[in-house]
Design a protein around this ligand. Structure first.
Ligand SMILES: [Ca+2]
Ligand SMILES: [Ca+2]
Length: 97
């Protein structure tokens, strides 16, 4: 899946997940349509894609960090990362047995 496809799925998912999702989609379109001509050009999409990609990266990295920071000290040690990976491997193995 390309980044563009992932971002479009994100927008559609976010729009459908919210009350008034259709209105939210229209607002997003207006936000992206910088010259207000009713169509989106590549140059209008790129800043929006960068903005969305950064938001997703921040959210995902925070989630990944919190999931691995076993003692909640705000740091990740090799042990926490390897222990979490080992636990996930064992969970997956149990499900497949
Ligand atoms: Ca436009
Ligand atoms: Ca830690």
């Amino acid at each position: 899946m390309t980044i563009l496809a992932a971002l479009m799925l994100y927008v559609v998912g976010a729009a459908s997940a919210q009350d008034g999702g259709h209105e939210w989609s229209l607002q997003m379109f207006k936000h992206m349509d910088k010259n207000d001509d009713g169509i989106l050009e590549k140059d209008e999409m790129l800043p929006w894609m960068k903005e969305q990609f950064i938001k997703m990266a921040i959210t995902d990295s925070q989630w990944l960090f919190n999931m691995n920071d076993g003692d909640n000290d705000g740091y990740l040690t090799k042990g926490e990362i390897f222990m979490n990976a080992l636990l996930k491997f064992q969970e997956r193995r149990k499900r497949n047995c």
